[in-house]
Write a protein of this length. Structure first.
Length: 243
């Protein structure tokens, strides 16, 4: 199958927005895992005085994780899907959370400007047509030594983990999504994981884009070997051009 990209993907998410929260709530550990990845940013004092960008916020699950872990941070949550963003913005939020409708590739045109102290991106990069360009945008939005945490379905490379992912999608997710009229989107989501980088390949991509202290951290439960947090810091060159 052909993967959905750009406007087609945003439109598919728009259509799926009404049932998205119900589907993810059936995933054991979904919200707890997002909070764990948010904590892995390592921002001190509950994020007090910091600016955090939630890139690809969807219906706000990642935003809620950030707001819980970093109540002192100023959080800007961005998504390309108007339908998903409408669902997110309709929920109750503290005053330190702002929502912006924009694709990750066009943040400046939407008025999203750095520097940010941290960027959180959940389930974003495998859906990007040019993940390297989005990583470069993240790097440029961060202040010196700013932090990024990528929470993503990135397979370990072991056949067993790929088989579990395919079995869960084929046996549970796709039948339910198809019954709701969103089979095309969830077939894309299954395939996007299979076709994307392994977690080690993605970590190498992050390093190559100008980040250091790159670490790959697993998540527990059935998602072990399937979902990871990749955390890193924006590298800063010294006068000699060394990191």
């Amino acid at each position: 199958m052909t993967l959905l990209r750009d406007a087609d993907l945003a439109a598919a998410f728009d259509h799926a927005a009404r049932s998205y929260d119900t589907l993810v709530a059936a995933n054991p550990g979904y919200h707890a895992h997002l909070r764990r990845s948010a904590r892995r940013l390592g921002l001190p004092d509950g994020g007090r005085g910091t600016r955090v960008l939630d890139l690809g916020c969807g219906t706000g699950a990642s935003t809620a994780a950030l707001a819980a872990v970093l109540p002192g941070a100023e959080i800007t949550a961005v998504d390309a899907s108007a339908g998903m963003l409408e669902r997110a913005a309709a929920k109750p939020w503290p005053d330190n959370v702002t929502f912006v409708h924009a694709p990750a590739e066009a943040l400046a045109r939407a008025g999203v400007e750095g520097p940010f102290d941290a960027v959180f991106a959940a389930y974003l990069f495998r859906n990007a047509a040019d993940p390297d360009a989005v990583l470069a945008t993240v790097r440029d939005l961060l202040g010196p030594h700013g932090r990024v945490a990528v929470h993503e379905y990135t397979l370990s490379g072991r056949p067993a983990h790929r088989a579990v992912w395919t079995a869960v999608c084929g046996g549970i997710v796709l039948p339910v999504a198809t019954a709701l009229g969103d089979g095309r989107l969830y077939r894309h989501l299954w395939r996007s994981v299979v076709d994307f980088d392994t977690v080690d390949e993605f970590a190498a991509r992050v390093r190559a884009t100008g980040f250091d202290r790159v670490r790959v951290l697993p998540l527990p439960g059935w998602q072990t070997g399937i979902t990871h947090t990749v955390v890193a810091r924006r590298a800063v060159l010294d006068a000699a051009g060394d990191r």
